[in-house]
Design a binder for this molecule. Structure first.
Ligand code: FES
Length: 161
């Protein structure tokens, strides 16, 4: 796990200034904080709880409930491997293993340079091109472990997909 860096609270204060200081603003504030920082820094959650008059435990509970929120710093690029049934059968596990080898991290971890975060996800609705790997916004269908470097933009992998 990556240690949380010191964060600039000015962005959080700016976000809080845009919403009524009340509990119903919580989700929208958290969404904006996630966008601004690429995760929900602990110091910011404390500020949010205080500003909206919501117990910190509730803020954490909402933050952990929704998959869209991350409590640890995330990589600039999120790499997702679908491990739904069709993708699992067609080799998603090999993609995950190759990502572990290439980036040195397991699913739900982030590289030390904060470039990549790897996640596994359930069916993304593209079973016909299983297994599927998503790098940022780009979908790679019929993904092959040998091409993982190429998918990551690292220049290895020798096939077109
Ligand atoms: S199981 Fe992977 S896209 Fe459906």
């Amino acid at each position: 796990m990556i240690e949380q860096p010191c964060v600039d609270l000015a962005k959080a204060m700016d976000i809080l200034g845009r919403y009524p200081a009340e509990e119903p603003s919580l989700i929208q504030v958290l969404q904006d904080v996630q966008r601004a920082y690429n995760y929900l820094p602990c110091d910011v959650l404390v500020k949010v709880a205080d500003a909206l008059g919501v117990p910190l435990a509730h803020v954490f509970s909402v933050s952990t409930f929704y998959k869209a929120f991350a409590l640890d710093p995330q990589g600039d690029t999120i790499v997702k491997v679908c491990t739904g049934t069709a993708c699992h059968i067609r080799g998603a596990g090999q993609l995950v293993e190759e990502l572990e080898r290439t980036l040195g991290i397991k699913p739900d971890q982030t590289t030390d340079d904060l470039k990549f975060t790897v996640k596994t996800v359930n069916c993304v609705g593209a079973c016909a091109m299983a297994p599927v790997m998503i790098v940022g916004e780009k979908y790679w269908g019929n993904a092959k472990a040998a091409r993982v470097g190429k998918y990551l933009g690292k220049g290895s992998g020798n096939d077109e997909n």
